[in-house]
Design a protein around this ligand. Structure first.
Ligand SMILES: [Zn+2]
Length: 321
C-alpha cells in the first residue's frame, strides 16, 4: 500500500535546477546527442534492434496489451481515459551511426494540468512486462531515481533481460515536482485519485497528513491520473511505484511479495507496510490488484540519488523468476 512518510529533504531551487539538468540529459540521450552515439536506427520500426515491442507501428507501439482492457472496471478507461491521454509520435533518434548503446525509446504520453509533458521510456521487447512509475508525489525522490534508472539502462542496455519489456514513467506529477508539492496543481494527491472501490474525495483522517490535499473531484479526475491509467491498462506483470522516504518495500496484490523479497535482499530495505495502510483510499496499490490482478511494489526510497542497491533491486524485478 503506497504510503508516504514525511520528506525532510525539501527541494528548493538547487533541486529544481538539478532536476532540470537531469531532464536535459535524458532529452539529450533520447535525441542521440551529447557525446554518446545512439542507436543507429535502433529505434526504427524496421530495425531488428528496435526498442518498439512487437513490431507494432508507431501509433500504437506502446500499447501492446496482453490483457487488453478486458480486466478494467466498467469500461472506465475506454470512455474516459483513452480519449484524453494524448500519445505523440515517438521521438526516435535520427543518428545513422552504428553503436551498441540502446536508447530508451521516449515519447510524451500526456500533459500535466500546467502543460508539462509526462514522458514514457521503453526498453526491451520481452514478455515479462514491468512498469516503473516515479514522481507521483512531487516532493519525493521517486522521479529523480526513476530518471537515473532510465539513464543507467541507456548506458547499460545489456542490463535489461531478454525476457523483459520495461516501460518507465519517470515523473508522473511534473507540476508537483516543479512546485515542490506532494499533490498536483489542483491540490489533488494523485495517489489517492485512482478509481478503486474505496476512492473518496475527502481523505481519511487517519491517512497521512496531507496538507489539505484531496482525492480529486471524482475517481480518476486528474489529467495525470488519466495518463497513468491509459498506460496501466496495457497489461502488466508488475508495477513498481517509487516514493519516499520510508525505507521499506511494500507489496500489494498476489505475487508481489516474492518480488518484493527479492528486491529487499538486494537493497537492504525491509519488506514492510505502515499501520495506516487500511485508511489509504484511491491509491495505485489498491487499484491495480483490485481492477487488474496486477501486483504493485511501492518502494519507499531513502535517498534522492539512485544507489547500487536500489538499481539492483529494480533490475531484479525485470525477471519473472
Ligand atoms: Zn509518496
Amino acid at each position: 500500500m503506497p504510503r508516504h512518510l514525511p520528506l525532510h529533504d525539501r527541494p528548493g531551487l538547487l533541486r529544481l535546477v538539478g532536476a532540470a539538468l537531469v531532464v536535459t540529459c535524458l532529452v539529450a540521450l533520447a535525441a542521440g546527442c551529447g557525446g554518446t552515439q545512439l542507436g543507429a536506427g535502433s529505434l526504427d520500426d524496421s530495425s531488428p534492434t528496435a526498442m518498439a515491442p512487437g513490431g507494432q507501428g508507431e501509433g500504437d507501439w506502446s500499447n501492446s496489451p496482453r490483457t487488453a482492457d478486458s480486466s478494467l472496471p466498467n469500461g472506465y478507461l475506454d470512455s474516459q481515459v483513452t480519449s484524453q491521454a494524448t500519445t505523440s509520435t515517438p521521438q526516435a533518434p535520427t543518428s545513422t551511426t552504428s553503436t551498441t548503446v540502446a536508447t530508451p525509446w521516449q515519447q510524451t504520453i500526456g500533459l500535466s494540468i500546467e502543460g508539462r509533458p509526462i514522458e514514457l521510456y521503453t526498453l526491451g521487447s520481452g514478455s515479462w512486462r514491468v512498469l516503473v512509475i516515479g514522481g507521483i508525489h512531487g516532493d519525493e525522490y521517486g522521479a529523480n531515481v526513476a530518471r537515473a534508472f532510465v539513464g543507467y539502462l541507456g548506458q547499460h542496455p545489456d542490463a535489461v533481460p531478454e525476457e523483459a519489456f520495461l516501460q518507465v514513467i519517470p515523473n508522473a506529477n511534473p507540476d508537483g515536482e516543479a512546485a515542490g508539492t506532494r499533490g498536483n496543481a489542483n491540490g489533488v494527491d494523485i495517489n489517492r485519485n485512482f478509481p478503486s472501490q474505496n476512492w473518496q474525495s475527502k481523505l481519511n483522517a487517519k491517512d497521512r497528513p496531507t496538507s489539505g490535499l484531496t482525492g480529486g473531484a471524482s475517481p480518476g479526475s486528474e489529467p495525470e491520473t488519466k495518463v497513468l491509467l491509459s498506460i496501466l491498462a496495457n497489461g502488466w506483470d508488475i508495477v513498481i511505484s517509487l516514493h519516499s522516504s520510508g525505507g521499506i518495500i511494500d507489496p500489494d496484490g498476489e505475487g508481489g511479495l516474492t518480488i518484493a523479497e527479492r528486491m529487499s535482499a538486494l537493497c537492504g530495505m525491509p519488506v514492510s507496510g505502515l499501520d495506516y495502510q487500511s485508511y489509504i483510499t484511491g491509491s495505485l496499490g489498491v487499484y491495480m490488484p483490485e481492477c487488474c490482478q496486477v501486483p504493485v511494489i511501492t518502494v519507499e526510497l531513502e535517498s534522492r540519488d539512485i544507489t547500487d542497491g536500489i538499481r539492483d533491486a529494480l533490475l531484479a524485478a525485470l525477471t519473472g523468476e
